[in-house]
Design a protein around this ligand. Structure first.
Ligand SMILES: *[C@@H]1O[C@H](CO)[C@@H](O)[C@H](O)[C@H]1NC(C)=O
Ligand SMILES: *[C@@H]1O[C@H](CO)[C@@H](O)[C@H](O)[C@H]1NC(C)=O
Ligand SMILES: *[C@@H]1O[C@H](CO)[C@@H](O)[C@H](O)[C@H]1NC(C)=O
Ligand SMILES: *[C@@H]1O[C@H](CO)[C@@H](O)[C@H](O)[C@H]1NC(C)=O
Ligand SMILES: *[C@@H]1O[C@H](CO)[C@@H](O)[C@H](O)[C@H]1NC(C)=O
Ligand SMILES: *[C@@H]1O[C@H](CO)[C@@H](O)[C@H](O)[C@H]1NC(C)=O
Ligand SMILES: *[C@@H]1O[C@H](CO)[C@@H](O)[C@H](O)[C@H]1NC(C)=O
Length: 333
């Protein structure tokens, strides 16, 4: 804990002296902390069909051929069917199949306690916060074709490549380590504007980021990727003026004016979280808030940033292509 504080202070002083290098790299941990018992998944539990320990599926034979599938379905399709596909809000995952055994399996990285809990904290009566913002990799046997190959034209169950059992197993060990060290879900991608030359301030860390990093990493471990594979991914973007670092919660409470606005901001969102299953209504209310208040307090790597959002487009959901094998600048492998 002490060491983390020293590092944080060093990091904050570095930023003050040298200015900020964008995007801010996503910080990894040495091991996954236990989830706060306050945090409970309401609607769907995390990984109900997967094993809790030694969940990774390995190839039995180095000479096996493991086929790789890209999987895509609308978010919350269990509740809304294809509705979210109209807004291009898609959930991404990877599938694998052993040519030797014919067995297949699925890998999905997603929230332990649901998207809203990862996006906004719980504000308690005494103004303290609880974040339920962990995400993790769920691996389970089988690919349920009907789940992915749905009726929406953005749904997908498509072979994108293949690799040897040996390469796959090396990658699978990487994925286990990735799961133990990249533990916090980040909903937002933050850009300076929505043009092609925008500065990216913060990158999201969600189901799609796992698929992007996973495919890039498979490629680096020697997987063959089929030609003409085009994969688009959902991003929830904020467009902002240059973010200002505020620091930790304890630093923020030292400034009364700042603290008041900060708490109001998060209380407003917390109050709009769906308590029943009224997701769409909550989403619309939250959307309106962006166009009115145009300020945002972003939580990233355990510190808070203040951002003034752009006037014309403060928020937009995009579904753009990211090619396999492209090296994302801020990616930490
Ligand atoms: C969010 O977290 C709270 C507190 O743990 C829990 O009661 C609620 O069910 C969670 N929401 C969803 C949609 O899972
Ligand atoms: C990833 O971490 C979660 C949370 O600890 C755990 O439940 C899951 O089994 C892990 N997945 C793998 C493939 O190890
Ligand atoms: C995965 O295996 C299940 C069970 O054998 C089968 O029904 C399904 O079609 C397979 N899907 C793929 C993409 O291989
Ligand atoms: C997906 O569905 C389409 C249309 O129903 C079908 O033609 C295709 O074979 C399915 N693909 C897989 C991998 O099951
Ligand atoms: C983006 O940058 C390129 C290369 O510097 C430039 O040619 C182009 O005009 C810029 N586009 C916009 C919209 O600013
Ligand atoms: C306190 O926060 C407010 C609002 O962000 C800011 O305008 C003010 O300069 C801060 N005061 C100090 C002493 O840092
Ligand atoms: C996929 O992304 C490309 C470019 O990034 C875009 O031109 C295309 O319209 C996108 N496809 C869909 C279905 O949105």
């Amino acid at each position: 804990m002490m060491i983390i504080q020293y590092l944080l202070i060093a990091f904050l002083s570095f930023i003050t002296v040298y200015g900020t290098q964008w995007p801010i790299p996503y910080e990894r941990v040495t091991s996954r902390p236990t989830n706060n018992p306050y945090c409970q998944a309401g609607l769907i539990t995390f990984c109900p069909t997967g094993k809790t320990e030694d969940a990774m599926v390995y190839a039995e034979d180095d000479d096996d051929i493991i086929e790789i599938f890209a999987l895509k379905k609308p978010v919350w399709s269990f509740k809304f069917g294809d509705l979210m596909a109209k807004f291009k809000v898609m959930h991404d995952a990877l599938g694998f199949r052993s040519q030797k055994t014919g067995l297949n399996w699925t890998m999905e990285w997603y929230e332990l306690d649901q998207l809203f809990n990862c996006t906004f904290p719980h504000v308690l009566r005494d103004d303290s916060f609880i974040w339920c913002n962990q995400g993790a990799l769920c691996v389970y046997e089988g690919i349920v074709d009907s789940l992915w190959n749905g009726t929406s034209d953005l749904s997908m169950l498509k072979k994108v490549g293949q690799t040897s059992g040996k390469n796959y197993n090396a990658w699978a060990s990487w994925a286990v380590n990735d799961n133990n060290t990249g533990v916090y879900y980040e909903t937002w991608s933050v850009y300076s504007d929505n043009g092609p030359n925008a500065t990216i301030y913060f990158d999201s860390y969600d189901c799609a980021s796992f698929v992007i990093r996973g495919l890039n990493q498979l490629y680096r471990y020697g997987a063959e990727i089929l030609p003409n594979i085009h994969l688009n991914y959902t991003r929830i973007n904020l467009y902002a003026y240059e973010p200002q670092l505020l620091g930790t919660y304890n630093q923020i409470i030292q400034n009364k004016t700042l603290h008041k606005d900060f708490i109001n901001f998060y209380r407003e969102f917390d109050s709009k979280k769906p308590t029943t299953e009224d997701w769409i209504k909550s989403l619309l209310e939250i959307y309106e808030t962006f166009f009115i208040s145009r300020r945002f307090y972003l939580y990233f790597n355990n510190v808070y940033w203040y951002m003034r959002l752009k006037e014309t487009t403060p928020l937009k959901i995009t579904f753009y292509e990211i090619p396999i094998g492209s090296i994302l600048k801020n990616e930490i492998i």
